[in-house]
Design a protein around this ligand. Structure first.
Ligand SMILES: CC(C)(COP(=O)(O)OP(=O)(O)OC[C@H]1O[C@@H](n2cnc3c(N)ncnc32)[C@H](O)[C@@H]1OP(=O)(O)O)[C@@H](O)C(=O)NCCC(=O)NCCS
Length: 153
Protein backbone atom coordinates (compact mmCIF):
# COMPACT_ATOMS: atom_id res chain seq x y z
CA UNK A 1 0.00 0.00 0.00
CA UNK A 2 1.33 3.44 -0.93
CA UNK A 3 1.19 6.66 1.03
CA UNK A 4 -2.09 8.56 1.14
CA UNK A 5 -1.62 12.28 0.54
CA UNK A 6 -4.37 14.74 1.44
CA UNK A 7 -4.47 18.09 -0.36
CA UNK A 8 -6.81 20.78 -1.56
CA UNK A 9 -8.31 19.93 -4.94
CA UNK A 10 -7.39 21.77 -8.12
CA UNK A 11 -9.13 21.96 -11.49
CA UNK A 12 -7.04 19.02 -12.72
CA UNK A 13 -8.66 16.79 -10.10
CA UNK A 14 -12.22 17.60 -11.17
CA UNK A 15 -12.68 14.79 -13.75
CA UNK A 16 -11.68 12.16 -11.15
CA UNK A 17 -13.83 13.81 -8.43
CA UNK A 18 -16.77 13.84 -10.86
CA UNK A 19 -16.27 10.17 -11.62
CA UNK A 20 -15.96 9.15 -7.97
CA UNK A 21 -18.92 11.13 -6.60
CA UNK A 22 -21.25 10.29 -9.46
CA UNK A 23 -20.40 6.58 -9.41
CA UNK A 24 -21.84 6.46 -5.86
CA UNK A 25 -24.70 8.75 -6.88
CA UNK A 26 -25.61 6.24 -9.61
CA UNK A 27 -26.01 3.70 -6.80
CA UNK A 28 -28.22 6.20 -4.87
CA UNK A 29 -25.66 6.32 -2.04
CA UNK A 30 -25.13 10.07 -2.31
CA UNK A 31 -26.30 13.05 -4.31
CA UNK A 32 -24.94 13.66 -7.81
CA UNK A 33 -22.75 16.70 -8.49
CA UNK A 34 -22.80 18.27 -11.95
CA UNK A 35 -19.44 19.24 -13.43
CA UNK A 36 -20.33 22.94 -13.21
CA UNK A 37 -21.01 22.70 -9.49
CA UNK A 38 -17.60 21.06 -8.93
CA UNK A 39 -15.82 23.85 -10.80
CA UNK A 40 -17.78 26.58 -8.98
CA UNK A 41 -17.09 25.05 -5.56
CA UNK A 42 -13.57 23.73 -6.18
CA UNK A 43 -12.24 25.62 -3.14
CA UNK A 44 -14.51 23.50 -0.90
CA UNK A 45 -12.84 20.25 -1.91
CA UNK A 46 -10.04 18.17 -0.47
CA UNK A 47 -8.79 14.99 -2.13
CA UNK A 48 -6.90 11.93 -0.94
CA UNK A 49 -4.40 10.75 -3.51
CA UNK A 50 -2.58 7.45 -3.78
CA UNK A 51 -0.09 6.74 -6.57
CA UNK A 52 -1.35 9.79 -8.46
CA UNK A 53 -4.96 8.63 -8.34
CA UNK A 54 -7.83 10.32 -6.47
CA UNK A 55 -9.04 7.64 -4.03
CA UNK A 56 -11.11 9.91 -1.79
CA UNK A 57 -12.82 13.27 -1.78
CA UNK A 58 -14.80 15.50 0.56
CA UNK A 59 -15.96 19.10 0.76
CA UNK A 60 -16.51 21.71 3.45
CA UNK A 61 -19.24 24.12 2.38
CA UNK A 62 -19.75 27.23 4.50
CA UNK A 63 -23.45 27.80 5.18
CA UNK A 64 -23.47 30.57 7.72
CA UNK A 65 -21.15 32.36 10.15
CA UNK A 66 -21.34 29.48 12.59
CA UNK A 67 -22.22 26.49 10.42
CA UNK A 68 -20.41 24.38 7.83
CA UNK A 69 -21.55 21.31 5.91
CA UNK A 70 -19.50 18.26 5.01
CA UNK A 71 -20.60 17.26 1.54
CA UNK A 72 -19.69 14.95 -1.30
CA UNK A 73 -17.62 12.63 0.87
CA UNK A 74 -16.58 9.52 -1.05
CA UNK A 75 -13.83 6.93 -0.88
CA UNK A 76 -13.21 4.47 -3.71
CA UNK A 77 -14.61 1.04 -2.85
CA UNK A 78 -11.19 -0.55 -3.38
CA UNK A 79 -9.69 1.88 -0.84
CA UNK A 80 -12.47 1.76 1.78
CA UNK A 81 -12.03 0.86 5.46
CA UNK A 82 -8.44 2.06 5.54
CA UNK A 83 -9.16 5.26 7.45
CA UNK A 84 -9.19 7.51 4.38
CA UNK A 85 -12.74 8.78 4.97
CA UNK A 86 -11.85 9.68 8.54
CA UNK A 87 -8.65 11.44 7.41
CA UNK A 88 -10.69 13.54 4.98
CA UNK A 89 -13.21 14.46 7.70
CA UNK A 90 -10.34 15.34 10.07
CA UNK A 91 -8.83 17.59 7.39
CA UNK A 92 -12.19 19.33 6.87
CA UNK A 93 -12.67 19.71 10.65
CA UNK A 94 -9.27 21.40 10.85
CA UNK A 95 -10.19 23.69 7.99
CA UNK A 96 -13.45 24.61 9.77
CA UNK A 97 -11.52 25.35 12.97
CA UNK A 98 -9.11 27.61 11.11
CA UNK A 99 -12.12 29.49 9.69
CA UNK A 100 -13.55 29.70 13.23
CA UNK A 101 -16.67 27.77 12.27
CA UNK A 102 -17.90 26.12 15.50
CA UNK A 103 -20.36 23.56 14.14
CA UNK A 104 -20.47 21.07 11.28
CA UNK A 105 -23.28 18.96 9.93
CA UNK A 106 -23.82 16.41 7.22
CA UNK A 107 -26.85 14.91 5.53
CA UNK A 108 -26.02 11.29 5.00
CA UNK A 109 -26.98 7.61 4.98
CA UNK A 110 -23.68 6.73 6.74
CA UNK A 111 -24.72 7.07 10.37
CA UNK A 112 -22.08 4.73 11.84
CA UNK A 113 -19.22 6.25 9.90
CA UNK A 114 -20.14 9.77 11.05
CA UNK A 115 -20.65 8.59 14.63
CA UNK A 116 -17.13 7.15 14.43
CA UNK A 117 -15.98 10.62 13.40
CA UNK A 118 -17.61 12.21 16.48
CA UNK A 119 -20.91 13.34 14.93
CA UNK A 120 -24.30 12.76 16.56
CA UNK A 121 -27.70 12.22 15.04
CA UNK A 122 -29.97 15.28 15.33
CA UNK A 123 -33.39 16.34 14.10
CA UNK A 124 -33.35 18.16 10.77
CA UNK A 125 -35.50 20.89 12.37
CA UNK A 126 -32.53 22.12 14.39
CA UNK A 127 -30.85 23.69 11.36
CA UNK A 128 -31.59 27.15 9.96
CA UNK A 129 -33.54 27.69 6.71
CA UNK A 130 -30.32 28.48 4.86
CA UNK A 131 -29.38 24.79 5.04
CA UNK A 132 -32.32 23.83 2.86
CA UNK A 133 -31.92 26.32 0.02
CA UNK A 134 -29.84 23.87 -2.06
CA UNK A 135 -32.39 21.11 -1.42
CA UNK A 136 -34.80 22.67 -3.90
CA UNK A 137 -32.41 21.50 -6.64
CA UNK A 138 -32.23 17.97 -5.23
CA UNK A 139 -33.90 15.12 -7.08
CA UNK A 140 -35.27 13.85 -3.76
CA UNK A 141 -36.91 17.14 -2.76
CA UNK A 142 -39.20 17.28 -0.75
CA UNK A 143 -38.89 13.61 0.33
CA UNK A 144 -35.44 13.69 1.90
CA UNK A 145 -34.57 10.41 3.61
CA UNK A 146 -31.02 11.36 4.63
CA UNK A 147 -30.04 11.61 8.28
CA UNK A 148 -28.81 14.85 9.81
CA UNK A 149 -25.57 14.45 11.78
CA UNK A 150 -23.94 17.24 13.77
CA UNK A 151 -20.57 17.91 15.37
CA UNK A 152 -19.64 20.76 17.69
CA UNK A 153 -15.97 21.48 17.17
C1 LIG B 1 -18.69 6.44 4.03
C2 LIG B 1 -17.26 6.41 3.45
C3 LIG B 1 -16.84 7.82 3.06
C4 LIG B 1 -16.32 5.85 4.53
O1 LIG B 1 -14.98 5.92 4.06
P1 LIG B 1 -13.85 4.90 4.57
O2 LIG B 1 -12.55 5.42 4.12
O3 LIG B 1 -14.21 3.52 4.17
O4 LIG B 1 -14.02 5.01 6.15
P2 LIG B 1 -12.87 4.85 7.26
O5 LIG B 1 -12.03 3.68 6.90
O6 LIG B 1 -12.19 6.15 7.47
O7 LIG B 1 -13.77 4.51 8.54
C5 LIG B 1 -13.71 5.23 9.77
C6 LIG B 1 -14.50 4.46 10.80
O8 LIG B 1 -15.87 4.31 10.41
C7 LIG B 1 -16.21 2.93 10.24
N1 LIG B 1 -17.06 2.79 9.05
C8 LIG B 1 -16.74 3.18 7.80
N2 LIG B 1 -17.75 2.89 6.96
C9 LIG B 1 -18.71 2.30 7.71
C10 LIG B 1 -19.99 1.78 7.41
N3 LIG B 1 -20.50 1.81 6.18
N4 LIG B 1 -20.71 1.23 8.43
C11 LIG B 1 -20.19 1.17 9.69
N5 LIG B 1 -18.99 1.67 10.03
C12 LIG B 1 -18.25 2.24 9.05
C13 LIG B 1 -14.89 2.21 10.08
O9 LIG B 1 -14.96 0.87 10.47
C14 LIG B 1 -13.98 3.03 10.97
O10 LIG B 1 -14.18 2.68 12.33
P3 LIG B 1 -12.95 2.36 13.33
O11 LIG B 1 -12.20 3.64 13.47
O12 LIG B 1 -13.62 1.92 14.56
O13 LIG B 1 -12.15 1.31 12.63
C15 LIG B 1 -17.18 5.45 2.22
O14 LIG B 1 -17.63 4.17 2.59
C16 LIG B 1 -17.97 5.91 1.02
O15 LIG B 1 -17.46 6.63 0.17
N6 LIG B 1 -19.27 5.50 0.92
C17 LIG B 1 -20.08 5.79 -0.25
C18 LIG B 1 -20.41 7.23 -0.37
C19 LIG B 1 -21.12 7.79 0.86
O16 LIG B 1 -22.06 7.21 1.38
N7 LIG B 1 -20.65 8.95 1.33
C20 LIG B 1 -21.19 9.68 2.44
C21 LIG B 1 -22.00 10.80 1.92
S1 LIG B 1 -22.19 12.08 3.13
Amino acid sequence: MSEIVLKKATMQDVPQIFELVNSFADEHMMLPRPLGSLYENIRDFVIAREDGEVVGVGALHVLWKDLGEIRSLAVKKEASRRGIGRQIVDYLKEEARSLEIPELFSLTYQREFFENCGFELVSKDTFPHKVWTDCINCIKFPNCDELAMKLVL
